[in-house]
Write a protein of this length. Structure first.
Length: 546
């Protein structure tokens, strides 16, 4: 279906992207150009306005200096007209030269004429009360004088065209001071009055030329930058996006089934076809999903029935387990009383030596002791499984409990020629059930003595670390393979010998399971460290809650 990937111009994603990015980029750069152009124009106009303000201030300062001096003297000429307001407008020097007194008004007029001749700038001093028609105000100046005399002192800026030249007019007030009153007293002025206004005309040809030049450079640079940006975006998009879109489109063409291809309808660009394919696939998946849900519902009904059956079996199993525990508890209670009586009778016979063969009495006694221990073990385990075991926690010295357990096993150890050794750090107390921990120690010591060769020793160590006490019982027996380390703590589990025989030696198989349950009831843990031929080391830890 490779031939189906040809599109007319304008229908491909790349073409649409190129057109859209070009339009957006052009719009952005047009806005930037307009903003920058106006900012540049405003900056240049601000410079022109500042130039007009500076000229105004220079003229005002010059006028005030001349006014403070009373007048300045200049040789009489036709260019300089004497002031009609002075009593002596002309003076004769010692050399006989006639000098004309140049007042601020005359100086302003002379400077204005000279500035106009140079074409750089011009200015004009006007007033509503005037003697010279050249000083008559125009409409702009009349408006400015009314404005200044009404109390508004902000100057006027206005762009005008004169003799095909664009000028910036700056109109600002001229105030009367004390030195001005010698000439203008007859006009009724007082110090601080507005004595007229000064119009400064600054040519803007250079400013407009700079604005046009800036606009041309800005427009050219913006056009080049926009073109480069569009080209860069297109090249990057074609490499990173459009190529991937084409690859996806080709993959869609290859995997689209014929029946799905007919449902896609009219084609657009690549993204349109991919989207149509996704919609069609979504519909197909929904249909498939509904079909699967139907099948799952059917299977769930079967599974629900099976779960109901399993729940019934589980309840039956729980009832059987409860019955088993009740049986263990009942049979233990029933056996404990007669066995205790038999043990008492045997001990009485042994003390009175009524039997000709005391060895048989000893055999009976050991077996009765074993039966009693087995009965107690079954009774304890039934309590552990039923969660009915209650602990009598009290502060007890662990060392003293270990010493009592060692003393209880001392006779059995002597019979097996096994030495019992205690290695304890100190005798600090822990909050435990003394009877139950004693039971754990007796079980571990009994196993260690049973499996230790004659002449060896069984070592018991007590260590403390991070708020816990660890008690370990180490023997030099045959050892236990690693694969049995967890299994030996399960009830009724016995390790097979290498020849397939059980290493039970007359045990019930629940001693270690009881030890595990009692230690965990104290929120501790029990484990074994052993290798075949290297003995075994049974350890358990207890939290120190003193």
């Amino acid at each position: 279906m490779a031939g189906s990937f040809t599109y007319p111009l304008g229908k491909t994603v790349s073409t649409k992207f190129l057109i859209a990015s070009t339009l957006v980029t052009v719009a952005v750069f047009v806005l930037l150009f307009v903003w920058s152009s106006r900012a540049q124009e405003e900056h240049i106009m601000d410079q022109v306005r500042k130039q007009a303000e500076i000229l105004y201030k220079q003229i005002i300062i010059t006028r005030r200096w001349v006014s403070d001096q009373g007048a300045i003297l200049a040789p009489k000429s036709e260019e300089i007209q004497p002031s009609p307001f002075l009593e002596e407008p002309e003076v004769t020097g010692r050399d006989g030269v006639v000098y004309t007194k140049v007042t601020p008004s005359i100086l302003t007029k002379m400077l204005s004429e000279r500035a106009s001749q140079t074409g750089s700038y011009a200015f004009k001093l006007t007033n509503t009360v005037f003697l010279n028609a050249e000083n008559a105000p125009d409409e702009v100046e009349k408006e400015a004088l009314e404005r200044f005399r009404s109390g508004r002192q902000d100057p006027i800026f206005r762009t005008e065209t004169r003799d095909e030249r664009r000028l910036l007019r700056y109109v600002a007030p001229v105030y009367v001071n004390e030195s001005c009153l010698q000439c203008h007293m007859v006009q009724g002025y007082r110090s601080g009055d507005v004595g007229g206004c000064l119009s400064v005309f600054v040519p803007m040809d250079d400013a407009w030329a700079a604005i046009r030049q800036n606009n041309i450079v800005l427009l050219g640079g913006s056009s080049i930058l926009a073109g480069c940006l569009v080209l860069l975006l297109f090249l990057l998009s074609r490499s990173l996006v459009f190529k991937r879109i084409r690859d996806i489109k080709e993959s869609v063409d290859r995997i689209t089934p014929e029946r799905l291809d007919r449902s896609l309808g009219s084609r657009g660009d690549e993204l349109k076809e991919i989207a149509d394919f996704c919609y069609a696939m979504d519909e197909a998946l929904k249909t498939r999903h509904q079909e699967l849900e139907r099948k799952i519902a059917e299977a769930t009904r079967d599974l629900s029935e099976a779960n109901t059956h399993l729940e019934a079996l589980n309840r039956e199993l729980q009832n059987l387990n409860r019955a088993k525990l009740d049986f263990f508890s009942d049979i233990s209670h029933e056996l404990r009383t007669p066995l205790t009586s038999i043990k008492g009778a045997v001990e009485t016979l042994a003390r009175k030596a009524l039997c000709e063969e005391p060895i048989y009495i000893d055999i009976i006694k050991r077996n009765v002791d074993h039966l009693i221990k087995t009965v107690f073990d079954f009774l304890d385990y039934s309590k552990l499984e039923a969660g009915e075991l209650e602990l009598n926690l009290e502060p007890v010295s662990l060392k003293s409990v270990v010493e009592e357990a060692l003393l209880a096993q001392k006779a059995d150890a002597a019979k097996s020629s096994v030495e019992l050794v205690l290695e304890a750090v100190d005798g600090r107390e822990a909050r435990i059930d003394k009877t139950r921990i004693y039971q754990v120690l007796v079980n571990l010591l009994s196993n260690a003595i049973r499996f230790s060769p004659a002449g060896e020793s069984v070592r018991v160590t007590i260590t403390r670390h991070d708020g816990t006490a660890t008690i370990c019982v180490k023997d030099n027996g045959p050892g236990i393979h690693r694969k049995y380390h967890e299994a030996i703590f399960r009830k009724f589990y016995q390790i097979p010998d290498q020849d397939g025989r059980k290493m039970h030696r007359g045990t019930s198989g629940i001693g270690l399971a009881i030890c595990k349950g009692l230690v965990e009831a104290h929120r501790g843990a029990i484990w074994v460290e052993s290798q075949p031929g290297k003995g075994s080391r049974f350890c358990f830890n207890l939290p120190l809650r003193t």
